[in-house]
Design a protein around this ligand. Structure first.
Ligand code: FRU
Length: 490
């Protein structure tokens, strides 16, 4: 067993699991950030991630690795990449995976930052068993000579591979000389020898100072370019976090190698969602997963010495409807779900509310008919410490508030972002809400149009669900299921 695997095995035993999610992917021990190399390979999904096993803070990046058949029950695999070479001396940064023949290829960023020199280049590693990876001896495969006069290697990272017709392509994040996001497109016949193709898309001054983690794919007749801009300026309720994730919807003009934008919007309106990456499964469905955290924030599991930090969102099936990215959670297999509550026709009013003890790993589904409803309030936690979710039927707005949910989380944003509001239109006068609650996170899916994702760190043990209202609210149906894992399924 390698030194790092030995370390992880030993240290994982001492991790404090109080806040550790049960059905979201986390590392056995240590820090994680971006999802990397998300791929469907030989009947299983593989997900790699930015990983620093030796502390619950960011450090020289490794690639952690897990796989799953059903996107819920993950099996941890040995660390796939460790920084061992000069060109990646300070980390194996984000990247992606692709299958060629029987081989699984990874493309990642070698990060070098020493003696006042910062350099990011794109590198290849491959594997025949999908577990052990070998780095290409002629790494890096894309470096300064490919981008001279176009971009700088100081910020040049996060390659996402894809194949179109008979060519391999990758999109890579960079920025312009005047600090705007810029996505570069490269092409190759064999994944080893690369040519610069074009600048796929350049951001405006209003779209952040650098774009990270691009992803480009076709979906429902459109092209979708996902990027994660740093410091996207706020507009109304949108882009409140220090960094955002944005979907550009449009068409790639392959003659020019340019992305023609028809629409763009923030992908998730919560506090913790960054660097999403997608893959396509055998049914040609697009599944997306993101880092369920945000840069520049205090991290209670680190501050409290719990030995781990960061997790992935639940994988989401995505589509494009009316030039917008829509999302729903992947189906969680019935064998992992236990029914806790099923109630129909609840009428809430100022004197009547509902309170039920639920599990800290619960899925709550609500169907509500708008006609007689004003404002629904959902609290998760205890009466005096909870995550607060509300829906205003007149304004058609969803609110998520973690300001009173336990440990205070401070970030680089001014003022602190601990409450967000998002437009969420009723569909046929109805609101369909699904809340995926895990030990320290909640993901809200509302009418497919809106998702709001956030972490929270309660101080209390008990988790109850409170349904309240301002005015009268008619809830057609409420169900609560516990997500359970039998030991033998782990
Ligand atoms: C995005 C990011 C990437 C980089 C990685 C480093 O969260 O900053 O651009 O490759 O994290 O861990």
């Amino acid at each position: 067993m390698s030194k790092v695997s030995q370390y992880i095995k030993e240290k994982a035993k001492s991790v404090n699991t109080f806040y550790k999610p049960s059905y979201h992917l986390t590392a056995p021990v240590g820090w994680i950030n971006d999802p990397n190399g998300f791929i469907y390979f030989k009947g299983e999904y593989h997900l790699f991630y930015q990983y620093y096993p030796y502390a619950s803070e960011w450090g020289p990046m490794h690639w952690g690795h897990a796989k799953t058949k059903d996107l819920v029950n993950w099996e941890h695999l040995p660390v796939a990449l460790e920084p061992t070479e000069e060109y990646e001396a300070d980390g194996c940064f984000s990247g992606s995976a692709i299958v060629k023949g029987d081989r699984l290829y990874l493309m990642y960023t070698g990060h070098y930052e020493r003696n006042g020199i910062k350099k990011e280049t794109q590198c290849i590693a491959y594997s025949d068993d999908g577990i052990h990876f070998e780095k290409y001896s002629k790494n890096p495969v894309i470096s300064e000579e490919h981008i001279s006069g176009i971009a700088d290697v100081t910020d040049f990272r996060d390659p996402k591979l894809f194949k179109k017709n008979d060519l391999f392509y990758c999109v890579v994040a960079s920025k312009t000389a005047d600090n705007r996001g810029q996505i570069l497109l490269f092409e190759s016949n064999d994944l080893l020898d690369w040519r610069f193709t074009s600048v796929l898309l350049e951001g405006t001054q209003d779209q952040g100072i650098m774009w990270e983690c691009p992803d480009l794919f076709e979906l429902d007749g459109k092209d979708v370019l996902i990027v994660s801009p740093i410091q996207m300026p706020r507009i109304g309720h949108e882009y409140l976090n220090i960094s955002s994730s944005v979907a550009f919807i449009g068409t790639v003009n392959w003659e020019l190698g340019e992305f023609e934008v028809e629409n763009y919007h923030e992908i998730d309106s919560g506090m913790d969602f960054y660097a999403p990456q997608t893959c396509e499964n055998e049914k040609k469905e697009r599944v997306m997963v993101a880092w369920m955290q945000m840069w520049g924030r205090t991290m209670p599991t680190n501050d409290l010495n719990h030995g781990w930090a960061g997790s992935m969102t639940i994988p989401r099936k995505i589509g494009v409807v009316k030039n917008k990215l829509v999302q729903e959670s992947i189906e969680i297999n019935k064998k992992y779900r236990k029914n806790l509550l099923d109630i129909n026709n609840i009428v809430l009013n100022d004197t009547n509310h509902l309170e039920a003890l639920i599990s800290k790993n619960s899925i709550v589904n609500l169907d509500i008919e708008q006609s007689k409803s004003k404002k629904l309030v959902i609290k998760i936690g205890t009466n005096d410490e909870n995550i607060y979710v509300s829906y205003d039927f007149e304004k058609e707005e969803l609110t998520l508030d973690r300001s009173n949910s336990g440990f205070k989380i401070i970030g680089d944003e001014k003022p602190i972002v601990d409450r967000r509001v998002s437009k969420c239109r009723l569909v046929d006068n109805k609101l369909k809400l699904s809340l995926y609650i895990d030990s320290s996170s909640i993901e809200i899916f509302a009418n497919k149009e809106t998702t709001m994702t956030t972490t929270f760190y309660r101080k209390k043990e008990d988790v109850s669900l409170f349904l309240e209202s301002e005015g009268v609210v008619h809830v057609d149906s409420l169900s609560v299921e516990e997500v359970t894992f039998l030991e033998e399924l782990r």
